[in-house]
Design a protein around this ligand. Structure first.
Ligand code: NAD
Ligand code: MG
Length: 397
């Protein structure tokens, strides 16, 4: 059988690297057709040498020419280099692309993912921000273009595995679902005295106890905005109402999420916390492929505990739940504000606890607009970013 052609958007990041690792373990089944990376030229050269993709996409023209110079002669002509959003859209929708791994971080992922959707591709979705930004429009486009969407985010991939095989989007009643349980680790600040949160550093926020991830999602995990984004993501991926989704803190990250049924059964997906498991599941679905992840050792599991999320410690989670109730403009605003806030925190312009303040202010100001199509979503996103950046200046003065 011909190997499947995989395009990896965000191949130089944490999810991208894990995807390449899983592909290298299953080389007869998958071929890396195209990759993108923003500015990490060295990593792109390594990927080119190991996987020989037909296309590589960088952020802009000058990085593209830097990449060309850095490629060994043997790869200079076997691989085409493109750049910018057009380059990303080109590889995401290329006729030879079978499957797109969507692993760019943040709103920058939306346009190329929409191109993949319009080209009816099989999309493995790690980039949750695109769905939070454009929920109903995104899911409508998937349906309209008969694209296939498989969740990679570990919680959503777990839920996908725990749902009945014939689960019909949004049909909670005939599937016998009571509710979804999204698990959360609680991140690095779960037990820190709340009054110390004002002064935590970016390094502390990025030091996640269980998962090794990119910086933005690490900060989101520390503030629990990540679980908030995932709450909204679950609402759209599975077509359920907010009241059918609960969050439970499970510090060991052994259960990756659960589905509770009306007969009292709870189905959970478990494993060691390593993103190669959901990536391998999404790549192989409906078959299973090896991932390189160690088997879970039940004889050496120590604690196995659960608790509720504290609203005082994790106000971002509850803000996201409220935004989900308010609707599309509010979740687009929340995502935009959070990207600006996390960036400002990582650059030490604002405090960790300012992330919530900024997010709340922007959501309060930009929740009412009607967003009829993706271009309006993008406009709204830009407006919210401008306002958030202006508020960062105020907070950092
Ligand atoms: P990362 O920061 O490690 O990698 C991000 C990738 O996106 C890199 O390849 C980078 O070059 C590219 N990129 C960054 N800005 C870009 C831009 N403006 N235009 C084009 N490309 C750009 O991030 P990550 O941790 O791999 O996360 C990627 C996505 O997957 C995020 O949406 C995150 O929420 C989601 N996710 C990550 C994990 C994880 O364990 N890392 C788990 C679940 C979901
Ligand atoms: Mg997750």
């Amino acid at each position: 059988m011909q190997p499947q052609n995989i395009t990896i958007l965000g191949a130089t990041g944490s999810i991208g690297t894990s995807t390449l690792d899983v592909i290298s373990r299953n080389a007869e089944q998958y071929k890396v057709f195209a990759v993108s990376g923003y500015s990490q030229i060295e990593k792109l050269v390594e990927i080119a040498c190991q996987f020989s993709p037909e296309y590589i996409v960088t952020a802009d023209k000058s990085l593209a020419s830097k990449l060309f110079q850095a490629l060994p002669d043997s790869h200079k002509h076997s691989c085409q280099i493109k750049f910018g959003v057009e380059g990303l859209e080109f590889i995401a929708s290329h006729p030879k692309t079978d499957t797109v791994m969507a692993a760019i971080v943040g709103a920058a992922g939306l346009k190329p993912i929409m191109s993949a959707i319009r080209a009816s591709k099989r999309i493995l979705l790690a980039n949750k921000e695109s769905l939070v930004m454009s929920g109903e429009l995104f899911m409508r486009a998937v349906k309209q273009h008969n694209a296939t969407l498989i969740p990679v985010d570990s919680e959503h991939n777990a839920i996908f595995q725990c749902l009945p095989d014939d689960y019909c989007y949004g049909d909670k009643a005939s599937s016998g679902i009571s509710h979804l349980l999204l698990t959360a680790s609680g991140g690095p600040f779960r037990t820190m005295p709340i009054n110390l949160l004002d002064d935590v550093s970016p390094e502390q926020a990025c030091a996640h106890p269980n998962w090794d991830m990119g910086k933005k999602i690490s900060v989101d995990s520390a503030s629990m905005m990540n679980k908030g984004l995932e709450f909204i993501e679950a609402r759209w991926l599975f077509g359920l109402n907010a009241e059918n989704i609960k969050v439970v803190v499970h510090p060991q990250s052994t259960i990756h999420s659960m589905v509770q049924y009306v007969d009292g059964s709870v189905i959970a997906q478990m494993g060691n916390p390593d993103m190669r498991t959901p990536i391998a599941h999404a790549l192989g679905y409906p078959k299973r492929v090896t991932s390189g992840v160690k088997a879970l050792d039940f004889f050496n599991l120590t604690d196995f505990s659960f608790e509720a999320a504290c609203p005082k410690r994790f106000p971002n989670l509850f803000l996201a739940m409220q935004a989900c109730e308010k609707g599309q403009a509010a979740t687009t605003a929340l995502n935009a504000a959070n990207e600006i806030a996390v960036d400002a925190f990582l650059n030490e312009q604002i405090r960790f606890t300012d992330i919530y303040k900024l997010n709340r202010i922007v959501v309060e100001h930009f929740s009412e607009q009607a967003l009829a199509d993706i271009s309006q979503v993008i406009q709204h996103d830009l407006l919210c970013r401008e306002y958030a950046a202006y508020k960062v200046q105020e907070l950092s003065d």
